[in-house]
Design a protein around this ligand. Structure first.
Ligand code: SF4
Length: 228
């Protein structure tokens, strides 16, 4: 039975494709577009119950540089010491192998999971290697080590950095981000904002997102601020 596009499919594709193109325009190739079409076909057939297909290579990957962290956030298995696997740093040679094997079809790589990526000495090398192989790179950080790693960021040039700032004061911040200091995050953000913008290299400065989780401790203060 041929698969018929449903309305949600059109919505997904009409939103996803322009966003994907816009974000990855520097890294796109015909092979990557072709692979994305193959993945979309695979997904549609799988929805019809055809599970005996050869899975096309991924266009998106998540690779953990380290599961070591400098904080002890209360909701995190890594921070709470509940990880069942050993702590460590990614094997850079294995990472290079992964990139080389997938570079023709991979457009994005996320370099974080259950740990603080800036605790990994090789993070800069990992970002640079992916970028040289025309892959969009991003990582999320708690921001504690941003200021002291500004040279790493300047040289490696990740495409996107997400900085987690969960709190409205150092008091609420440290209740959530146990062991951290909000001022360190601000210092890091300030240094990031001072990175030079190059007219020739528009990726000299990464796209920076600051995210804040609303929690029971900040809820009241946020409501007060929104009513001002
Ligand atoms: S900073 Fe991230 S990895 Fe570290 S303890 Fe907090 S949530 Fe977990």
């Amino acid at each position: 039975m041929p698969y018929k596009n449903t309305f949600p499919d059109y919505i997904f594709f009409s939103n996803f494709v322009p966003m994907w193109l816009f974000r990855n325009i520097r890294y796109i190739s015909l092979a990557k577009i072709w692979n994305l079409c193959r993945l979309q076909t695979f997904y549609r057939k799988a929805k019809l119950g055809n599970v005996e297909q050869i899975v096309p290579p991924p266009y998106f990957a998540s690779y953990e540089p380290t599961n070591i962290c400098n904080l002890s956030c209360e909701m995190c298995p890594s921070g709470k010491g509940m990880l069942k696997r050993p702590r460590g740093i990614a094997d850079i040679e294995l990472y290079r192998k992964f990139i080389l094997e997938n570079r023709k079809t991979l457009t994005n790589i996320i370099l974080h999971f259950q740990g603080e990526p800036l605790m990994c000495q090789q993070l800069g090398e990992m970002i640079t290697f992916a970028r040289q192989n025309r892959i969009y790179t991003m990582f999320s950080t708690n921001g504690q080590l941003l200021a002291q790693n500004i040279d790493l960021i300047r040289n490696a040039r990740p495409d996107r950095i997400i900085v987690s700032l969960d709190g409205l004061s150092n008091e609420t911040y440290t209740k959530y981000r146990v062991g951290g200091n909000m001022q360190n995050v601000f210092d890091g953000l300030e240094k990031l904002s001072q990175l030079p913008v190059s007219a020739l290299h528009r990726i000299a400065v990464p796209c920076i997102f600051v995210q804040r989780t609303r929690n029971s401790r900040t809820e009241k203060a946020e409501e007060e601020i929104s009513h001002r």
